[in-house]
Design a protein around this ligand. Structure first.
Ligand SMILES: [Zn+2]
Length: 411
């Protein structure tokens, strides 16, 4: 089996030019002009590869190579091509274009799949447009209800269904969810977006667990006033309550007893935001993750309890919302073993890893057994224009993916 690296690299470079910003910046926010052009580009590659295309009501794209036994659940791979503002060209793309190359390589090698092989390109892995990541795979996995999805809005107020219509998506949202075991396996190739593989000079990471993400949104309302004329006693300063809450988030994450718990207050906006004015309003968004759902949920409960106490003491009105609390995914032991065996056979160094970022695989785990194949990226850097994986690293990832898909398709 031969991976055509020159062609793959050229396609990665070409797709990177389909961007809302000039190179080296890649910006492809869901359903922007660039995203729609990128979808057409990828669909053409799928057609050129002889794959049968279909799209669901949210624009998830499915490209299928029919196997000899069409009645068996297919084996799936894939990732996303949307990109946050100011991103690079490998996140998601390696799994999509690498997936196409894996299929081309298998075809050229004369392989005949028993189970069909299907490449997926997920809608809205990145949360940029709707404030929620993995919208497409959440709907496929039944983690997001069609009713809830319909209430999503972009910051300009346009709702989800308007966006879908404008992007040319057809059909009903409740037709998107896949039945359990629709696929026999889902294997996603992705850059690590972390430093471990590069640091340890290991070529492949085999993902055993995907951490459980959760997001909180807090609106704090106090009383504003003139910074000079209002005396300190009796102030109801929303920022100070928010600051105490941010410290409580750090403390809650540090004291679960597990090093895998992480808590971040990534958004902290105050109003009116003038030097001579007491902040009357604070908006906080908090991200808490863990590989263990019970320690994660204990941290969330602690944060909520302390937030309520702080706001009560400071006489601040608190609106506390849990935007999402997703369960972690445990990857399929048999698939993890298969990827390990493939790496050994190819004499490619590999180790098992936890994915601390979440991916579409987290939600595909609701449909079927999953695992992920990670390749190193320079400095562990991602979501930046200087994101980079070498052609040699990509080649190894695609080769391992292709062989794993082949084995899974004959199972
Ligand atoms: Zn990604």
């Amino acid at each position: 089996m031969q991976i055509n690296l020159a062609q793959l690299q050229q396609e990665i470079d070409e797709l990177a030019l389909i961007s809302e910003n000039p190179p080296p910046v890649v910006t492809r926010v869901l359903f922007s002009g660039a995203d729609l052009r990128a979808r057409r580009f990828v669909k053409k590659l799928c057609r050129d590869t002889g794959l049968n295309l279909r799209e669901d009501a949210v624009g998830n794209i499915f490209a299928r190579w029919e196997g000899s036994d069409k009645n068996l659940p297919a084996v799936a791979t894939g990732s996303h091509i949307d990109a946050i503002p100011n991103a690079g060209k490998y996140d998601g793309v390696v799994g999509v274009l690498g997936g196409i190359e894996a299929i081309r390589a298998l075809k050229k090698a004369g392989f005949h799949p028993k189970r069909s092989l299907e490449l997926l390109i997920f809608t809205a892995e990145e949360p940029t447009r709707f404030g929620l990541g993995c919208v497409g795979s959440r709907l496929l996995g039944g983690v997001l209800s069609p009713q809830k999805a319909a209430t999503l809005r972009s910051p300009d107020g346009k709702n989800f269904t308007q966006w879908l219509k404008q992007a040319g998506c057809r059909g009903k949202l409740d037709s998107v969810r896949l039945p359990k075991n629709f696929y026999s396996a889902f294997i996603e190739l992705h850059i690590e977006q972390g430093p471990i593989l590069e640091r340890q000079k290991i070529s492949i990471g085999i993902v055993e667990k995907i951490a459980a993400p959760s997001t909180l949104r807090l609106q704090l309302t106090g009383v504003g006033g003139h910074a000079g004329a209002t005396l300190m006693r009796g102030r109801r300063d929303a920022l100070l309550a928010g600051a105490e809450i941010a410290l409580a988030v750090e403390n809650a994450a540090l004291t679960t007893g597990s090093p895998d718990t992480v808590g971040t207050t990534g958004v902290f906006k105050i109003e009116p935001g003038a030097v001579n004015s007491i902040p009357c309003h604070a908006h906080l968004e908090i991200d808490v993750r863990d590989t263990n759902v019970s320690t994660r949920d204990a941290a969330l409960a602690k944060i909520e309890k302390i937030s309520r106490r702080i706001c009560k003491q400071r006489k601040i009105k608190l609106d506390f919302e849990r935007l999402n609390t997703d369960p972690p995914a445990i990857c399929d032991a048999a698939l993890v073993r298969t990827v390990s065996q493939v790496c050994r056979e190819f004499k490619i160094s590999a180790r098992k890893l936890i994915s601390r970022a979440y991916h579409d695989s987290l939600f595909m785990a609701r449909v079927c057994p999953v695992t992920m194949i990670f390749i190193p990226c320079r400095g562990g850097i991602s979501h930046r224009p200087d994101e980079y994986s070498s052609p040699a690293q990509i080649e190894k990832g695609v080769r391992v993916l292709a062989k794993t898909l082949a084995i899974a398709s004959l199972r």
